[in-house]
Design a protein around this ligand. Sequence first.
Ligand code: NAD
Length: 447
Amino acid sequence: MRIVVIGSGYVGLVSATCFAEMGHHVVCVDRDAERIARLRDGEVPIHEPGLEPLLLRNHQQGRLHFAQTLRPVLTNIDLCFIAVGTPSAPDGSADTSQVLAVAEELGRWLPQRCVVVNKSTAPVGTAERIERTIARGLTQREAGFTVPVVSNPEFLREGCAVEDFMRPDRVIIGCADDQARQTMEALYAPFLRKQPRLMVMGRREAEMSKYAANAMLATRISFMNEMASLCEQLGVDIEKVRLGVGSDSRIGYDFLYAGCGYGGSCFPKDVRALIHTAQRHGLPSHILQAVEERNTIQKAGLFVKLQQQLGALDGRTIAVWGLAFKPGTDDVREAPALQLIASLLEAGAVVQAHDPVATASVLRCVPAHWLTSGQLVLHAQDPYAVLDDADALVIPTEWKPFRQPDWQRVRGLLRQPVVIDGRNLYDPAQMQALGFHYSSFGRPSVT
Ligand code: NAD
């Protein structure tokens, strides 16, 4: 098939590459000229394990192309995917302006019928809005054909996106057109050879499934974080409780980890969007409000625990290991580490931070004066370099190299043996034996 993917971020680039890998002819479009130039030069602009070799091979073999403008690449295509951003608007709703702008362009330029597929996470009714927007453009220029719009929410996880896309748990197709359904079934058949779980449903059900799935996962995390804070008060170890709870086959172990809260480009904004939708329909959303509030408390928890260990933070130097919102990605959107750094700088501390892949993303999104003033120092290479003369080490992201550090070396470099563990990576008794003042989430602090 001939496919266009609009938006070459985490979702668009991975989808486009994986479709090309299955033999299709794919053009990936992005309005960001620099991003397209880098891709054409063989440089992959995001960190996603396994993506680079796959993308480069398909580009070199002529199945994967990159373009900045949409109009020239729309001729004779079978499918057009929309994978642009749907960030939070100031009122918490999902801002669908990027999606609808693409729909306007498609209405203006599509030269023939094709199936348009929305992969962006967008509120119930968006596929219908896209279809109406395109239809308006087609009518205005008397195009003489119609364009069906499918909702195909994406469930990949950053950090294992290629693996998830190649072997999805399920593919959801929200569809109101039989021919479009057949095209989608044919497209996804090779991805579902082992696990033939393709679900066809209404477009509104597909859109709601994505929000409900993310809200459920965020709820599990916030629920465990609430249990963790109770455990701290009761002198109970949440990690033991997690094993006890997760072993129930009705519950399972996934998304039961207590810690410094969830971040990223999906859970926070999708929970907010769902709350907003409920409010617009006059419904209270007790559970989702609580999920969000609990997460706000957790993210502030790193700072609070530091204060408990060190007192006033003015003039302190704090080492941070991990800036990405989770391991395996360079995405720092709504990352707990960034909130911690903002609070520390406001309190007058200096931050020395390391992340194996996300320092470049941080450079792009933090105020320049944080760096020029010397208040924030970033090290991409060596985690130990940031420990020099620091009063404490904080770990917001559970990158694998942080799991078994050289604790003697850590102790030797830190000015004070204080460790705040945002992901419960270490054994409190062992940390105590090594001479650290150690705080984590949902477990007793040790000194
Ligand atoms: P992203 O911000 O990484 O990428 C979006 C890209 O779209 C950007 O490069 C931007 O320049 C481009 N773009 C915006 N408007 C455009 C236009 N008119 N023409 C061409 N390009 C345009 O976003 P993402 O993380 O890939 O997410 C995309 C969507 O998928 C969102 O709705 C998100 O909620 C959803 N989603 C994301 C993930 C994830 O893990 N990142 C997972 C599932 C679903």
